[in-house]
Design a protein around this ligand. Structure first.
Ligand SMILES: Nc1nc2c(ncn2[C@@H]2O[C@H](COP(=O)(O)OP(=O)(O)O)[C@@H](O)[C@H]2O)c(=O)[nH]1
Ligand SMILES: [Mg+2]
Length: 278
């Protein structure tokens, strides 16, 4: 049987397409997503938590989970006032340690999709439904929020110039060597399908900020499809506390993570962080 042919519009010469040939690359079927859990890894978020939570759309319905990393301010009380399910660390573990608790708990809650959102009111949560929809359509397994549509917008929203350029260089480096195409590899807004969290051995990752870079490198290494959506963002004192020295450390450890990724892909050395969990 020949495929159905699309005839050119009258007046358009020499073009006719074979529909069967066009559909040779089949996209996987859409997913069923029953439960979306938004996790909020919190540290000193008392002032910004309420605004963040109020901005989270409830269609599709989401469950919230906040993990407080022994904040010295009233983050815990603020979360309890808002009636959010909360886990309190009894000691400060760091940003990566906080996310480990978030993901472990979200999996136990039976999440089909987990959205990680910084509770510092930096990212516009209105794009959460768009991220979930991309996962539901099975176009990607991980969706990140891209703060950088263009340089002018990023700087206008208050991103410090040095953070902008550091982000661009690191993101380009990561895209090239990990064969990806993300606009912002260092976003604090990400959505994952359950399978990603089950496969990525995140428990052994750093408890510090480089956790984020390790996680995306692991997802890419294991063949998960990573994509992004643009997210409006704001910079103000409470939304951005990482200083130059900590950012430098984060940048160098990110480069190291990419080098380990490359060694693994070249078959020279497979670091345990790139071994599938299940
Ligand atoms: N658990 C934990 N989280 C932290 C710590 N320091 C910062 N964070 C969180 O890390 C996230 C990113 O930090 P932030 O200052 O917003 O970085 P930036 O927006 O990229 O400049 C925020 O959600 C902070 O609450 C810490 O010592 N422990
Ligand atoms: Mg921030």
């Amino acid at each position: 049987m020949r495929g159905r042919r699309i005839r050119p519009e009258p007046g358009v010469r020499g073009l006719s397409l074979d529909v069967e040939q066009m559909t040779l690359v089949r996209e996987p079927a859409p997913r069923t997503i029953r439960k979306v859990v938004v996790v909020l890894p919190a540290y000193r978020a008392a002032k910004t938590l309420e605004a963040t939570v109020r901005a989270i759309p409830r269609d599709p319905p989401v469950e919230l989970l906040l993990v407080d990393d022994k904040s010295p301010d009233d983050t815990l009380q603020a979360a309890q006032r808002l009636g959010i399910r909360t886990i309190a660390h009894d000691r400060n573990t760091g940003y990566g340690g906080n996310q480990k608790t978030c993901y472990r708990a979200a999996l136990e809650m039976g999440a089909d999709v987990v959205v990680m959102l910084h509770p510092d009111y930096q990212y516009d949560p209105r794009v959460i439904p768009a991220m979930v929809e991309i996962l539901r359509l099975n176009i990607a397994d991980v969706v990140t929020g891209n703060r950088i549509r263009n340089r002018q917008d990023a700087l206008r929203c208050g991103m410090p110039v040095w953070k902008y350029f550091a982000n661009r260089f690191l993101t380009i480096f990561e895209n090239v060597f990990m064969a990806q195409n993300l606009g912002d590899f260092h976003s604090g807004m990400r959505a994952y399908v359950r399978e990603v969290l089950e496969a990525v051995p995140f428990e052994a990752n750093s408890d510090d900020f480089v956790f984020d870079s390790q996680f995306l490198a692991q997802a890419a290494f294991l063949g998960f499809r990573i994509s992004d959506v643009p997210v409006p963002c704001r910079y103000f004192h409470e939304a951005s506390s990482i200083n130059f020295k900590r950012s430098m450390r984060y940048g160098l450890l990110t480069v190291w993570t990419v080098l380990l990724f490359l060694l693994g892909k070249l078959g020279l050395y497979r670091h345990p962080m790139f071994r599938k969990r299940l």
